[in-house]
Each structure stands twice: as C-alpha cells, then as structure tokens.
Design a protein around this ligand. Structure first.
Ligand SMILES: Nc1nc2c(c(=O)[nH]1)N[C@H]1C(S)=C(S)[C@@H](COP(=O)(O)OP(=O)(O)OC[C@H]3O[C@@H](n4cnc5c(=O)[nH]c(N)nc54)[C@H](O)[C@@H]3O)O[C@H]1N2
Ligand SMILES: Nc1nc2c(c(=O)[nH]1)N[C@H]1C(S)=C(S)[C@@H](COP(=O)(O)OP(=O)(O)OC[C@H]3O[C@@H](n4cnc5c(=O)[nH]c(N)nc54)[C@H](O)[C@@H]3O)O[C@H]1N2
Ligand code: SF4
Ligand SMILES: [Mo]
Length: 759
C-alpha cells in the first residue's frame, strides 16, 4: 500500500505518486526481472529495455492486476508514458500472489498505448461512416438515442451490459444508471457467460454465490480436488499455489477431459467426457455414502436434505459412471477414498463445470459432495470456484449490475429492499427481474428490447452463436459501446465512447476470494478518453439526474451505505490495511476469510443439500457429428484479444487459434500436426490449425476463443442455456472435423506445448 492515505485522483494524484518513487528500491529491478522470468527463454527481451533506461526515470506505484480474478498485486514501473513491467514487491501487500505474477500481469501492457486505442468519441456521419466527435456531441447523441427508445417503446426496451473489467465503483453506477436513469432492470454482465451457474448453485445450497475460502486454505488443505479448471493457464498464480501444495506433500486430484498442465502434478488424473459431470460427481457421492465414508456428524448437524440426495445418487453405480463418462470404477473408488481419508479437502472448479446447459446442477452436485464429506467451514476445507475477469466477483456480482439483484445480492423482488433503493436513488424500480445477457440477445429477436448500452464487453465474439449475436447487434435500433478499443461489437454501434483502462483510474476490484483491493492510477489517461464512472456521471446528468461524485471514494461511500456486506470496506481502510474480504459489516469488522464456519447463509443456517440427477449436453454426439468440441483459453491470450493482441512478444508464442486432436483421431481423419482443419457444428464452421496431442481424449476436441478470424462461437448456439442461470453451453458442442484440401499446411501450430503459468 502506498504510505500516502490521502490519494488524489486525476493528474494531481498521478504527479503526487510519481514523486513517491524515490522511496522505492528499484536498483535490482532489471536483473530481478531477468532472473525471475527468463529461464524458460519464452519471454520477451524487456529486461534489456528496462536496464537501458536510467532507473531515475522510472516511476513506480502499486495496483491490482486487471486481467484475471486471482487478484495479484504488484508495483508497476512506468516511464511516465508506458508500463515497462510490473513486479510483485512486498508479500505483505500481495497476500494472494506473494512474489509471483504471470506473463500477462508482468508484461502485457502494450495495449495501454496501442495506436488502436480510442482517444476520442466516434459517431456516424450522414453516410453511416465513422467520424471523431467532441464529447459534447457524442453524449448528446447518446442521450437522444436512449430517450427515443424509451419514448417510443418504454423504459424496458433498453438494456445495459456492465463491465467486469471496470471497478466496483463504476459497476455500482452501471446498475444505478440502468435502474434510476433508464428505468429498467435489464442490466447484466459477463458473469452470465461464465460462473452464473456457480452463483446459482452455491446460493441455493450454501447461501452465498462465492468462494467459501481464501487462498490461504490451499496451503492448509490435505487434498485439493480440481475439475474443469485449466489452472496454470487461466489462473496461473493459483496454479503456482497448487503446485506448491503438491511439492510440500499435499495431494491433488484432477478430473478433466484434457490432461492440462496441472494434471501432470496430480496424484490422480482422470479423463472424462465433456458434458456429463453430474454423473461422475454423483457416482463419487454414491460410493462415499454407500461405504459410510461420509461425515455423519456434519451431515446431521449442519445439513438438510441428505436422504433426498442419497436417493438421487442411487442410480449412479460405478459401471454406469464408466459407461457414460469414461471414468473407471477404480478411479472413482480411489478418488472417493482419498476424499474420505483426507481431513481437509478444498474443491476447486471453473468453467468446465459451469458452462453447460446444466451448469447449476453440476455445481450443486459438487456442493453436495463437499458438504457430505464435511469439507466446509474449517481451515483447509471449502469450495473455490476460481472467478474469471479481474472484477467479475465485485463488479459483476457484488455491485449488482444484475437483473435480479441490487448490490450485495439484495433481491429486487423483495419489497422492502426495493423500497430502500427507490428511496436512495429517488426512482421507481420494477419488481420483476430484467433479462439476463443471454436472454437479452434472444429478446431482441422478439422486439422486446430495442436499444443497448454495452460497456466493456465484446458480445459479437463472446456470446454463444456468433451469427445470431451479430444479427442482433446489426439490427438493434440504437447501440452505444463504451470501450478502450473499436472491438468487433463497436463496429455495429451508433456511438462509441472512449473509456480508460484500470491503469488510468482509481477504485477497487474484488478478487476470487472476495477480497476488495485498491486499484491505483499509474498512467495518464489516453487522449480524451475518460473513466467509465466519469462518462456515466455526464450521461446521468444530461438525462436529468444530479450526480455529483468528485471521485470514486464518494461513490464507494454511497455504495457501502446501501450494501451491508461491504459496510466496513472504505478506501481509507484498504489503503491502510490492505485488501478486505466481504462480508465486512462495519468499520470494526475485520472481514471474513472463511465463510460458513458456524452456519450456512440459508434460512435454517444449514446447507440445503440438493438432489441432482442425470444430465447431458443439449447437443450430444450423433452419427453426423461424432465428436464433442470444448472451448477455452490459453495462457498468453486474454479473451477476445483486445488487451493481448497488441503484444508482439505474446503473438510470437500464440498468434492464432488451433484445435487439439488426439493422435488416434487425427490419424483416423488423415490429419497431421499443423494441418488446417475444418470444424463443423449444426450452427456453422471454422478452419483452424491442428495441434495433435495426447492431452485430449479420442472423441473430444478443444479450441481456444481468442481470435476473431476463427471465432469459435460460430459453432455454439444462443438457445442452449442452463435453465436457471442461463449460462451458455460453451463446453460441449457436437461437431465433425475434416482436413481442408488444397490449403497449405502450416508448420507451426498456434501453441506448441502446454504453457506453464508461472514462466
Ligand atoms: N490466460 C487467460 N486467463 C484467463 C482468461 C483468459 O481469457 N486468458 N479468462 C479469465 C476468465 S473470464 C475465466 S472465466 C477463467 C476461466 O478459467 P478456466 O475455466 O480454467 O478456463 P477454460 O480454458 O475455459 O478451461 C476450462 C477447463 O475445463 C475443462 N473442461 C471442458 N469441458 C469440461 C467438462 O465437460 N467437464 C469438466 N469437468 N471439465 C471440462 C477444459 O479442459 C479446461 O481445462 O479464466 C480467466 N483467466
Ligand atoms: N466459446 C466460448 N465462449 C466464451 C467463453 C468460453 O469459454 N468459450 N467464455 C466466456 C467467458 S467466461 C467470458 S468472461 C466472456 C468474456 O467475453 P468479453 O467480456 O466479451 O471479452 P473481453 O475480450 O474480455 O472483453 C472485454 C472488453 O472490455 C474492454 N475493456 C477493458 N477494460 C475496460 C474498462 O476499464 N472499461 C471499459 N469500458 N472497457 C474495458 C476491452 O477492450 C474489451 O473490449 O467470454 C465468454 N465466451
Ligand atoms: S494470475 Fe491473474 S491476476 Fe495474477 S498476474 Fe496473472 S492475470 Fe494477473
Ligand atoms: Mo469469465
């Protein structure tokens, strides 16, 4: 934390902090960078660049990473104009990452100064072509467009996508803007595409839709049980923690359709078919109950619904599990016995569990397993869905830019709660929830929605069913995009408003273990771009409201006065004490490292064990489409690429999407490593480069999501959604593959080997 508690915002604050550099020890910086990051020879030649600078020219300040939700903190070294690199400096200030950061957090900052950055607002001229505009014109056009939609079709024809890249304070305002200024509950964010099934599954079983533990619990666990998480690539620094646990003698079990790098460290890796997770999880639970390996005392005292679960899992015999999922009886038995023998198990999962048409059931089945084995509420035990975007926990959830929740998961449907917000925000709020993001895209088809304000998200590439998403964006009557870049979605907009990145603003992010940490401005704002909160304030005022926030601290003060779980989390306290984990009810409350130590957050205080049955993908394999495609990430790239494609060093290692194919499957189709391969689903086709690897099972293929030219969501479907959480089925689509005749083979597949997160 900075020693300076009275942080100024804007240029004054930036200059003030620049002066603090003298207190920092930068002497061994360049050497440290080289030693800490070069051994694999995979990274760029930045150390030299830094050592060429006179150290006196460097400015340093601490902030929180803006890529993933691990929430690493580090010092940022700048020369006033660009970020040269970052370095985790003081473990006390970086409780999550200690001294580690991954390649993105360390080096991926060219985006901030990329010449592709939006520096001025854009509007369309009379021919529909883009031209730069003043803020005055762009904001007026925006307000006019929103008003036209509302006047013609009513408030509920508007929709807002909020940004989990932005700060808590900004997301609080995005929710407030939707309800108070536009008059609609239709506001949602990327959590819908990601962990909303975790939130739904955990909310109904345990009470809070969040991780129950802290990163510290990984150290205290005897066994870490991971499924559906490519930890070293998607949450690299957590991956390092898991590897450390193994090095210190801890056990690790991994269930995944791909033998990810973390699986190489596991005592047991079990390969499963994608899309049938309730089957093997119920199989484990059944074996544990049948053989009296569960925690009878915990079940009796702290849970309800055990008998119903016992009955529901009865059909999931070892043979049945093997037939459906490919996991052998020996593997289920050994995993069940390992969980039973360990005193303390942490269950970790990510999108391999959630992004299914039955993601909520998958999560509930894991919550049942953890509770039945007594692995909740004690040190070294609990559930940890590693969250995705840097601030999806805080901005995407806690701050309530959600169709059914206000900040702090207070329900829109609750009359008393709604009255509280109606009074605080001086507006009327509909009692009925709005549309979830995935529903929004379908509601435009029916004319229920007409306009959209899309902040810091790129649905043209990230929504399921690209063709459908593009048609909806194209036909929308009015679309405003607020982003750092002219992303694929912005191309359909009427007005584009230039925002600044986390490097150029102040506020807070909440990480995957509910830890609210400070984000500090380390660069001047690019061109005439503004922070999201500043833009929202100007729009609200033009639409007749009187917002008067001088800085993000004032927004935070208003937010926490309305949000009990954030009650005691002030900027001042975070500056002094470091990150604070919610619930934190008041200024004297220390925050909560571990949930459910005494009781669950349910009406009875007990865990609601929830019976879950058989589930399969909505698009299971057929004779014509005999393989299952699962999609995801690689270490070097971030989502739709706006922040990582400007990085030459990264593009050297990964410049295209690819498809992982098992060698036997590849041979059967006459495909060799590096060949162009056509993947077809019932929705469309793409051509990507083959990466032939033992890492993946014979009837599964995997493709990443990072390049527009080969957009993998061309193959997915906007209608295949989880019935409760409405999360898309990104992780299991029936496809066929074929070699592409007449196209030259490329010698280098997109990513040659599994990347090591802590390189
Ligand atoms: N480098 C990088 N890091 C990121 C991101 C990024 O874009 N790039 N994005 C961030 C975001 S927003 C998120 S949400 C996280 C996502 O983090 P992850 O969920 O770890 O990332 P994915 O690559 O989607 O990996 C999903 C894992 O699930 C497995 N899987 C696939 N299908 C199934 C199935 O049916 N069952 C099971 N049990 N497993 C399955 C895959 O093999 C893979 O190991 O990453 C965050 N971190
Ligand atoms: N097939 C398939 N599809 C998927 C997934 C998958 O696994 N498979 N994963 C899904 C998941 S988990 C997620 S989270 C989504 C991610 O999908 P998106 O959120 O759409 O992807 P990003 O590329 O992260 O887009 C974020 C945008 O915010 C902008 N931005 C960054 N910082 C700021 C800021 O401070 N303010 C503003 N206004 N803009 C900013 C960036 O330039 C970028 O355009 O993709 C989903 N889609
Ligand atoms: S692990 Fe996540 S939070 Fe940490 S440096 Fe890497 S991208 Fe940033
Ligand atoms: Mo995500």
């Amino acid at each position: 934390m900075s020693s300076n508690n009275e942080r100024k915002e804007g240029v004054a604050g930036f200059m003030q902090r620049a002066k603090e550099q003298a207190n920092r020890n930068v002497e061994h910086f360049a050497e440290g960078m080289a030693a800490g990051s070069m051994p694999e020879g995979k990274l760029f030649d930045i150390a030299q660049q830094i050592s060429d600078k006179r150290l006196g020219e460097l400015t340093v300040d601490s902030t929180t990473c803006g890529y993933c939700a691990v929430g690493c903190r580090f010092d940022v070294y700048t020369d006033g104009e660009e970020v040269l690199a970052t370095r985790a400096a003081d473990p006390e200030e970086s409780p999550v990452n200690d001294i580690s950061t991954c390649v993105k957090g360390k080096f991926s900052y060219n985006f901030a100064n990329s010449d592709q950055r939006l520096t001025d607002p854009l509007v369309r001229d009379e021919n529909g072509e883009w031209r730069e505009a003043t803020w005055e014109e762009a904001l007026s056009r925006t307000v006019e467009g929103f008003r036209d939609i509302i006047d013609e079709y009513g408030n509920e024809a508007m929709s807002v996508i909020a940004s989990s890249k932005a700060t808590n304070e900004e997301n609080y305002l995005m929710g407030k803007f939707a309800r108070q200024v536009l008059g609609t509950n239709t506001v949602d964010n990327c959590n819908r595409l990601c962990h909303s099934s975790t939130v739904a599954g955990l909310a109904k079983t345990y009470g809070y839709g969040a991780a129950s533990i802290s990163v510290k619990d990984f150290e205290e666990a005897d066994l870490i049980f991971l499924t559906g998480s490519n930890t070293t690539e998607a949450h690299p620094v957590l991956g390092t923690r898991v590897k450390q646990h193994v090095k210190e003698g801890g056990d690790l079990i991994v269930f995944d359709p791909r033998e990810t790098q973390i699986a190489e460290y596991a005592d047991q890796y079990t390969s499963i078919r994608p899309g049938y997770d309730t089957v093997w999880v119920n199989g484990l639970t059944r074996y544990i109950i049948e053989n009296d390996l569960y925690d009878e005392e915990f079940v009796a005292e702290r849970t309800e619904g055990f008998e119903e679960v016992k009955e529901a899992v009865d059909e999931f015999t070892l043979d049945y599990v093997e037939e459906v999922t490919g996991a052998s009886p020996e593997e289920i038995v050994s995993a069940a016995e390992a969980i039973a023998e360990a005193d303390r198990t942490v269950f970790g999962w990510t999108l391999g569990i959630t992004e299914h048409s039955h993601g909520t059931d998958n999560v509930a089945s894991l919550a049942n397993l953890a509770a039945i084995t007594g692995n909740v509420g004690k040190p070294g035990t609990g559930v940890s869905p590693f969250r995705g975007q840097n601030n999806v926990q805080g901005g995407g959830g806690d701050m309530g830019p959600l169709p059914d929740n206000f900040p702090g998961y207070q329900k829109v449907a609750d009359d008393e709660i709604r009255a509280k917000f109606e009074e605080a925000w001086d507006c009327e709020i509909p009692a009925e929830r709005g549309y979830y993001t995935t529903e929004m895209f379908n509601a435009f088809d029916d004319g229920e929605l007409r306009g959209m304000f899309c902040i810091g998200e790129n649905p043209s590439l990230s929504e399921p069913g690209k063709k459908h998403a593009d048609e909806v964006l194209e036909e929308m009557e009015f679309l405003v995009v607020q982003d750092l870049f002219m992303n694929e979605t912005a191309k359909y907009a009427d007005v584009v408003l230039p925002a600044v990145s986390f490097l150029e603003k102040e506020g807070t992010f909440a990480n995957t273990d509910r830890r609210v940490q400070k984000v500090n401005q380390v660069l001047e704002k690019k061109g005439n771009a503004k922070a999201d909160w500043e833009i929202l304030q100007e729009l609200a005022n033009r639409m007749g409201r009187e917002w008067d926030y001088a800085d993000t601290n004032e927004i935070n003060e208003e937010m926490r006065s309305l949000t009990p779980i954030y009650g005691g989390i002030s900027h001042e306290r975070i500056e002094e004490e470091g990150g604070i984990q919610w619930p934190c009810w008041d200024e004297d409350h220390p925050g909560t490292e571990r949930l459910y130590t005494e009781e669950f957050n349910t009406e009875s205080g007990k865990a609601n064990l929830t019976p879950v049955g058989y589930a399969e993908p909505m698009a299971p394999q057929t004779e014509e489409l005999p393989l299952t495609l699962t999609t995801g990430r690689v270490l070097y790239q971030y989502h739709t690429g706006t922040m990582t494609h400007p990085e030459e060093g990264i593009m050297k290692y990964n410049d295209r999407d690819f498809v992982e194919i098992n060698p036997d499957t590849a041979a059967a189709y006459g495909i060799e490593n590096g060949d162009p391969v056509r993947i077809e689903s019932d929705k469309g086709e793409i051509v990507v480069t083959a990466q032939v690897t033992e890492r993946i099972g014979e009837d599964t293929v995997f493709a990443p999501i990072h390049f527009a030219e080969t957009a993998v969501n061309t193959l997915t479907d906007s209608e295949r959604l989880d019935p409760e959480a409405k999360t898309p089925e990104f992780k299991a689509t029936a496809v066929r593959i074929s070699p592409v005749e007449g196209q030259q083979s490329t010698s280098r597949p997109g990513s040659v080997e599994p990347a090591r997160g802590d390189d």
